[in-house]
Write a protein that binds this ligand. Structure first.
Ligand SMILES: Cc1cc2nc3c(=O)[nH]c(=O)nc-3n(C[C@H](O)[C@H](O)[C@H](O)COP(=O)(O)OP(=O)(O)OC[C@H]3O[C@@H](n4cnc5c(N)ncnc54)[C@H](O)[C@@H]3O)c2cc1C
Length: 503
């Protein structure tokens, strides 16, 4: 295939089958992935007036078509149907494959990082803006596009009541969680919203940044899996597969926003490992262990607001783990219990009497993402002694908490879960130990950018989504400034805003 640039807006190339030249769209920016990073970037870039194309491997669902069946949610909305594991098969990883990415299947708990997280990031990356006072401006901007709700005491369900009492018993501080949601009712059953929010309330990028970007002219193609990204001095070639058909797009710049595993996989598939020796390294996942406790009284942890409290006692930061006030759907719960038959049935029959607290470890020892000979992702994430000690400490504490409440049985599941997937394309100043530079450019490739969870230098120990959105905003400013484009709202947005003010 010969490529000839005929104008800044279009690429002319020979269609070998039809033996005649075909005009193909040439975009200012191509974004690969529509999750937290891609969704936010799509808006911030589109509102500058730039031509933006977003390619997403997953399907697009209208809110009222999300299934409340847990099995359908897992198989339709996650890579590998929610069954991806590490090489030892003792750690499961969940990642979204749908328009909205992880923000469709997550809880949308939105926290700013603290100084502890940024100081550790800065020490490792050497990146100056890894600093709370610098990042606050970006948090302010992204929060201005979201509806945020801080949980109230009247929102506590039975599981939260027990969590609060257990913390009081052991003299530990807890505080309310803040969530991105707009119109959840008091009587909501928001556990099903982990399979997509049918109320249009959860602040996924599908409900927030993506529709705004589309108003500004974004082109979004779903069910398009990008296979390779080829860097050129004046444009980038993006090749992939759309519903079985090989397709190629061209962009002045490409921003890869496919998540820690997806972005790393794409660069590995694009044969960039030799140029980028740190590619795939530094993978973290905040490994989590769920402990279930059984009470004679009904708890109904699956009803009402799903998560309302967090472990805010400063000692948790020193200990290197946090305790989540959480529960799970019946399929996930069934997987936590080893064994089968009558014993397993008796376990599930007590679902209404179960409470749950989860330990999420701030893992210090990284894993590694690579590809096998068949091009499939392989994730090495063994549990180091230090991380195991932190997990054991947390699980002992949770056992003490439930015992203090009079639970008649307490069970910690041996299976660990990874929901916050981070690293693989770490940001930093040194090309030998990182993949992207302080300006979010892939080292040595001025037309390819990354600002998603793959750039995290280490595990922050804090919910990552809000910071991924904030990093996307910072990256959009850098990218637009480099191209000499506006970084503020387009005329369309400004017109709408002034109409809203005057009406
Ligand atoms: C069950 C669960 C609960 C969570 N709860 C919270 C929470 O409460 N708060 C919080 O802060 N975080 C939470 N998280 C984590 C959070 O959702 C992620 O950290 C975040 O979504 C990552 O953002 P990202 O942009 O890096 O990647 P993602 O959001 O994963 O987006 C990547 C997108 O790229 C697409 N993609 C990948 N490869 C390709 C390709 N080759 N071609 C085209 N598209 C591709 C994927 O399909 C996906 O849509 C949770 C995660 C899970 C799984």
């Amino acid at each position: 295939m010969s490529v000839r640039i005929v104008a800044t807006d279009n690429v002319l190339f020979n269609d070998n089958k039809k033996k005649r030249p075909v005009m193909k769209k040439f975009y200012d920016y191509i974004i690969v992935g529509s999750g937290a990073s891609g969704g936010a970037l799509s808006y911030f870039l589109s509102r500058s007036g730039a031509k933006v194309l977003m390619l997403e491997a997953g399907k697009r669902y209208a809110a009222d078509t999300f299934s409340s069946n847990e099995m359908h949610a897992n198989s339709r909305l996650m890579w590998g149907g929610g069954t991806e594991m590490n090489t030892e098969a003792d750690q499961i990883f969940l990642r979204g494959k749908v328009v909205g990415g992880g923000t469709i299947i997550n809880q949308c708990l939105l926290d700013r990082f603290d100084d502890v997280a940024y100081n550790d990031w800065r020490t490792q990356s050497g990146v100056g803006f890894h600093d709370l006072s610098t990042m606050n401006r970006h948090y302010d901007e992204v929060e201005s596009h979201l509806s945020l709700y801080t949980m109230q005491k009247q929102d506590w369900n039975g599981n939260a009541e027990l969590y609060a009492k257990a913390f009081d018993n052991l003299g530990l501080e807890h505080s309310p969680l803040r969530r991105g949601q707009s119109n959840c009712n008091n009587d909501n059953d928001c556990i099903v919203c982990l399979g997509g929010c049918s109320r249009k309330s959860k602040q996924s990028t599908l409900e927030t940044f993506i529709p705004k970007a589309e108003k500004e002219g974004l082109t979004l193609i779903s069910e398009f899996e990008v296979a390779e990204v080829i860097h050129g001095e004046s444009f980038v070639t993006v090749q992939g597969n759309h519903k079985g058909e090989a397709t190629t797009y061209y962009g002045r710049k490409c921003i890869i926003a496919s998540g820690a595993v997806g972005t790393t996989k794409l660069l590995l598939k694009s044969q960039l490992q030799k140029k980028l020796p740190a590619l795939g390294k530094n993978f973290h996942c905040h490994p989590q262990w769920m402990t279930l406790a059984f009470f004679n009284d009904t708890v109904d942890s699956h009803k009402g607001f799903f998560q309302t409290l967090k472990s805010s006692d400063p000692r948790f930061r020193q200990w290197g783990f946090k305790l989540e006030n959480v529960f799970a759907g019946p399929i996930a719960l069934a997987l936590l219990k080893q064994g089968y038959g009558g014993d397993h049935q008796q376990f599930m029959q007590r679902l209404r009497n179960m409470a749950c607290i989860e330990v999420a470890v701030r893992d210090q020892d990284p894993g590694e993402i690579s590809l096998n000979n068949a091009g499939k992702v392989v994730i090495k994430k063994p549990l180091s002694d230090g991380d195991r000690q932190r997990a054991n400490h947390g699980n002992r504490l949770v056992n003490d908490m439930f015992n203090s409440l009079g639970a008649y049985e307490v069970m910690t599941s041996p299976m660990r879960i990874g929901l916050h997937l981070m690293g693989g394309c770490t940001i930093g100043q040194n090309a030998a130990t990182s993949v992207v530079n302080e300006g979010f450019e892939v080292h040595g490739m001025k037309n390819i950018y990354i600002a998603d969870s793959s750039t995290f230098p280490n595990a922050p120990g804090v919910n990552p989504m809000l910071t991924i959105l904030a990093l996307a905003h910072r990256a959009s400013e850098t990218i637009l400034a480099e191209a000499g484009q506006r970084t503020t709202a387009s005329r369309t947005t400004q017109k709408t805003a002034s109409k809203e003010k005057t009406s």
